[in-house]
Design a binder for this molecule. Structure first.
Ligand code: FES
Length: 126
């Protein structure tokens, strides 16, 4: 992506000053240096029914409004993060993490009970 960014910046140099600022700002936002941190979506897990053979996309970024699943917010907010795709072998109930601090994603491992998560603000990174 660095090559594309450099090419676009060179093209921007031929544009007027205001156009260059706008394009440069847009490029900096779009090609941010690294992925954003996940944020705490909620402080308690969500119990869901998972159907065998269905592909699910668990929200990694914490910004989805359809917790615990992805709604595309990671992309539209340019987080650089991607959802975790998973399937289950058998239809069953599962408890999925919403604090985004679990060590066993997408499943809750109880980390949400920690002081670190309980003291964090919803919508903020840990
Ligand atoms: S909700 Fe994240 S570990 Fe339980």
């Amino acid at each position: 992506m660095g090559g594309l960014r450099a090419t676009l910046l060179r093209a921007a140099c031929g544009a007027g000053l205001n156009q260059r600022r706008d394009l440069s700002s847009w490029l900096t936002q779009w090609f941010s240096k690294g992925p954003a941190k996940s944020v705490v979506a909620q402080k308690t897990p969500i119990k869901v029914e998972l159907v065998a053979g269905t592909t699910y996309r668990w929200c990694v970024c914490g910004r989805s409004k359809k917790q615990p699943f992805c709604d595309g917010s990671h992309f539209f907010q340019r987080t650089g993060l991607t959802p975790l795709k998973f399937k289950v072998q058998e239809t069953r109930t599962a408890v999925l993490c919403t604090c985004k601090a679990t060590q066993k994603p997408p499943y809750c491992d109880g980390t949400h009970k920690s002081e670190r998560v309980q003291k964090a603000e919803v919508g903020s990174p840990l």
